[in-house]
Design a protein around this ligand. Structure first.
Ligand SMILES: [Zn+2]
Ligand SMILES: [Zn+2]
Length: 802
């Protein structure tokens, strides 16, 4: 049997089923999954097979059952035998999972020997991916190998009928990991053990109690979780939140929050049934929710946005901490902790102790830590419910490394390196694609190292030695440079937006072709321009550009991304020519004439002004025209203006009709938003509320894209539309366009299991590379059959086409 069948209580389950049906034989783990041999009456064997499929334990995920008949061996008992390490490794590893109901009961049962033990777990729950060093999944190959089991734990571990049978992270207060509270010691200039917490073995509860007291009195603590360190403080404490914001250099992005239960979540945010189910899912993602106006949170938690990221506790430690905080908090005050990743903005999450202490010293007053090592960094997953279904912003803890199933086998083992921002990579073998956890923006050495180590770890865990690598066409992406430096026979460059659309196709097993609408901020086009609003005819082999936003110059490249006013000036100039400075609107009145003159000259001479069709930049321009971001001449992070524009638009009431625009007649149609810009300027002059203009702008883009789809359908005869790219995180636009397309009888597909942003790119690259290789290799085989290849090429083909 193959699938997630190790470390999830599968063998005890098999044992129980076989014994109760009177079957004899054995079961063992091997590197491919689980092997079972049973003998007995036919009815019993049938019932057994049914049970394997239908009654498997909660964390198990059976992908394949291969059945083979053999001669009876006349055995009389059923036993669980030793794991076997085969040469071929394809066992799957379960993601980290929130503490299960049974463990939770024991955690708060004073009579239980694991009462208040923060590392309680069983075969149904606990750490997995973040502690596994190698396969097959056995304690010796996890970071739990440092903790020899005590006799009681060993007995549980050996007992096939125990919930902790072969639970590799099994532990108790006697033999397992221990908590420690470290406080910043000014004299020593380092973190050192808090008073009364020096001997972890003796003072098992003290660190937790003290940590809760410190949080309650306003401290900022780093807390070691499953995949890294969080920075925590009381989210109701105005001063503490402000201090955290200053220390993290995080100007406006909201902090993620942890609340003890659904009721508390509902007191802070509007929570639909689907959102509640996501909050309570055992993956325990951060769910993005709309804040209630009367929420008691400190304003610094989310200074600008009405969206909050909430999660429920997942590690037993979180439950204990929130519980301890509840006993300390005033009646009527909810317990809400900020739980933001333990790093400065833009750095990857800290996870190794010594390195973490170094980085956390300017951020935290203390560290609630423990001595179980984290083998691999893994951030919290972030998702939201849009259009009635989930949409990932970040796919990591709880979901990684569960594979996605491809519709066809990849011809050779593959690696796809992903993009530059929000990087993930993807490795595939057979029909399984392993999308990595969120790596981050490949802009510093630390993230790049994380990327390279991550690839090496996945290659080892899933025994994939790639014979082909896929990469983005952007010559400056570090991930692409890495791909090109590898010594593999096939290197396949994939256009950015093609990969985005292919990620949707791969997820939904769409054979293609489809009409793809890829919308984002930046992607390298085949003409060297910066693309970002592309309507394309797409299959896995290639794509044809049917329409795109008309090119405008991007003055100063990256600088224009960080300073939306530049794009506003560009769009005004495109629509009005040099008279733009005479337009009597707040934007032009505030426009710095010197800066504008320099920009104007740059554009006129084409100095560092690559052409762009980016929709992200059009959002920036409109946001700047409307005076957003309100108090900042400099945009603080990519996409910020667009997020604020969406938020502004969502406050508008009443019907909002579209602004005018024009769709060109060319083979690759240019979408002209000049009329739209002029209409917006008219609205600004007539003092139409900014929220209404923002809303009309969203409706216009939806309507522009819907009409473009109609044109695309006339030209291609296709009725299926795939939407991908970071702009689709804009819920307003997504829901409005989906509605329009559904009304026109289009079949619409979006990313559901991977992010629509660049976090999903590697899956798309992989699907395209697999398809192209399949064609290439079968062509070579045909040629080879006809004796047309030279000798060394023949051997080359046969080596990789198996
Ligand atoms: Zn459990
Ligand atoms: Zn023990």
């Amino acid at each position: 049997m193959q699938g997630i069948v190790q470390g999830v209580g599968f063998r005890p389950f098999v044992y129980t089923q076989a014994s109760s049906l009177g079957l004899a034989g054995f079961v063992f783990n091997d590197s491919a999954g689980v092997t079972i041999e049973v003998e007995g009456k036919k009815d019993a064997l049938d019932a057994f097979q049914r049970a394997l499929r239908e009654e498997a334990p909660p964390l198990a995920h059976v992908n394949t059952v291969i059945v083979e008949a053999i001669a009876p061996r006349h055995e009389s008992t059923f036993i669980i035998t030793q794991s076997k390490a085969n040469s071929e490794r394809s066992a799957l590893i379960s993601p980290d999972t929130s503490v299960c109901e049974e463990c939770l009961r024991e955690l708060f049962d004073p009579a239980d020997r694991r009462y208040q033990y923060p590392f309680i777990n069983c075969t149904n729950c606990g750490p997995r991916f973040t502690i596994v060093q190698d396969v097959p999944y056995d304690r010796a190959k996890t970071t739990m190998s440092a903790f020899p089991l005590c006799p009681t734990c060993q007995t549980e571990y050996n007992d096939p009928l125990n919930r902790r049978f072969h639970a590799q992270p099994n532990a108790c207060p006697t033999c397992g990991p221990q908590l420690q509270l470290l406080l910043w010691n000014k004299k020593l200039a380092r973190f050192s053990a808090a008073e009364g917490c020096e001997d972890a073995q003796q003072h098992t509860r003290e660190p937790l109690v003290q940590a809760a007291q410190r949080l309650a009195s306003g401290a900022i603590l780093a807390i070691k979780g499953l995949g890294g360190y969080h920075l925590a403080c009381n989210a109701l404490d105005v001063d503490a939140v402000q201090r955290l914001r200053q220390r993290k250099h995080r100007e406006v992005k909201p902090f993620a929050l942890m609340v003890p239960d659904l009721a508390t979540a509902r007191s802070l945010c509007q929570v639909s049934a689907t959102e509640a189910a996501q909050l309570e899912a055992r993956q325990r993602p951060i769910v993005l929710l709309t804040q209630r106006p009367d929420s008691p949170l400190a304003p610094g938690v989310s200074p600008t946005y009405n969206t909050l990221g909430l999660m429920l506790p997942y590690a037993p430690l979180h439950y204990l901490l929130l519980h301890a905080l509840a006993t300390l908090s005033e009646p009527g005050h909810p317990v809400v902790l900020i739980m933001t990743s333990g790093n400065l903005s833009d750095e990857p999450i800290a996870y190794r102790d010594e390195e973490a202490y170094q980085r956390l010293k300017t951020l935290a007053d203390g560290v609630l830590t423990h001595n179980r090592e984290i083998h691999i960094r893994c951030d919290d997953s972030v998702l939201r419910v849009a259009g009635g279904d989930t949409q990932f912003f970040r796919r990591a803890r709880g979901d990684t490394p569960e594979p996605l199933t491809l519709t066809q086998e990849t011809p050779v083992p593959l690696l796809a390196c992903g993009g530059h921002l929000k990087n993930t990579f993807c490795l595939a073998k057979g029909r399984q694609a392993f999308l990595s956890h969120h790596i981050g923006d490949l802009e510093n050495l630390e993230t790049l190292t994380s990327f390279q180590e991550g690839i090496a770890h996945f290659q080892q865990l899933f025994a994939i030695a790639p014979a082909a690598v896929a990469y983005d066409l952007h010559p400056e992406y570090l991930a692409s440079k890495y791909a090109l430096s590898l010594d593999v026979p096939h290197k396949i460059g994939v256009q950015h937006h093609h990969a985005h659309i292919a990620s949707v196709m791969a997820e939904h097993a769409l054979p293609g072709p489809v009409i793809g609408i890829a919308l984002d901020g930046t992607g390298y086009g085949t003409d060297g321009a910066i693309w970002g609003c592309e309507v394309m005819h797409v299959d896995y082999q290639g794509f044809q550009r049917l329409a795109h936003l008309a090119y405008v110059p991007l003055p100063g490249g990256e600088q224009a991304v960080l300073q939306p006013w530049r794009m506003a000036a560009v769009y005004l100039q495109q629509s009005y020519g040099p008279v733009l400075v005479d337009l009597d609107i707040p934007f032009t009145r505030q426009l710095n004439p010197v800066k504008w003159r320099i920009l104007d000259q740059m554009i006129a001479r084409g100095i560092n002004c690559p052409p762009t069709s980016s929709l992200g930049r059009l959002f920036d321009a409109v946001a700047a025209l409307l005076g957003l971001p309100i108090d900042s001449p400099v945009q603080r992070y990519e996409g910020q203006a667009a997020i604020e524009l969406e938020q502004l638009a969502s406050t508008a009431t009443g019907m909002c009709e579209s602004y005018p625009f024009a769709i060109g007649e060319q083979t690759t149609a240019e979408l002209d938003v000049g009329p739209l810009i002029r209409a917006i300027v008219d609205d600004i002059r007539q003092e139409v509320p900014a929220s209404r203009i923002a809303r009309r702008f969203h409706s216009s883009i939806a309507s522009l894209l819907a009409q473009t789809c109609t044109m695309a359908r006339e030209r291609t005869g296709l009725n299926t539309v795939a939407l991908s790219g970071g702009v689709w995180q804009n819920r307003l636009l997504l829901e409005e366009l989906s509605g329009l397309l559904a009304d026109m009888a289009f079949q619409v597909y979006t990313n559901r299991r991977v992010p629509p942003n660049d976090g999903g790119l590697s899956l798309g690259q992989l699907a395209i590379a697999a398809a192209r290789l399949r064609t290439e290799l079968s062509l070579k085989e045909t040629v080879q059959e006809h004796g047309l290849l030279q000798e060394q090429e023949v051997s080359y083909v046969s080596r990789h086409s198996r």
